[in-house]
Design a protein. Structure first.
Length: 133
């Protein structure tokens, strides 16, 4: 996982490496109170499937595990998975704060436009930290 920020146009940045997850460094880290934003590529023209290729398959109740820099393994449970048109993503739902430790994973999906080199939709998966025990 590598830190990312915002692009000049105000959109969430993505890691250069298609096999690496990006974490929005201006927000909470996974496991801290609040909504930690994670971003990654769905695919890449050179390697095919990328780090978030299977994001579309996650649904409520599915598990996500995140390893911290300290080596602690955090267990999150998916509460929602939605597909948004690229230009109509509900930013409040995606970037909005949460009281409990949560992660929101974002990636591209849909039809690829060769002219803009972008996909038509965004997959957004929200998960909450599972209770210990």
């Amino acid at each position: 996982m590598v830190p990312v920020g915002l692009e000049p146009d105000g959109t969430l940045g993505s890691p250069r490496d298609p096999l690496v997850v990006g974490w929005y460094a201006l927000g909470p880290r996974p496991g801290e109170p609040g909504n930690a934003l994670l971003t990654g590529h769905v695919d890449n023209r050179y390697i095919g499937a990328a780090v978030f290729w299977f994001l579309r398959e996650l649904g409520p109740g599915d598990d996500i595990f995140v390893e911290t820099e300290e080596g602690k393994r955090l267990h999150f449970v998916v509460v929602d998975s939605r597909l948004y048109e690229k230009d109509t993503t509900q930013l409040g739902e995606v970037f909005g704060p949460t009281r409990e430790p949560s992660i929101t994973a974002i990636s591209c999906e849909g039809t690829f436009d060769r002219t803009t080199r972008d996909y038509s939709h965004r997959r957004v998966v929200r998960a909450r930290l599972a209770p210990e025990g």
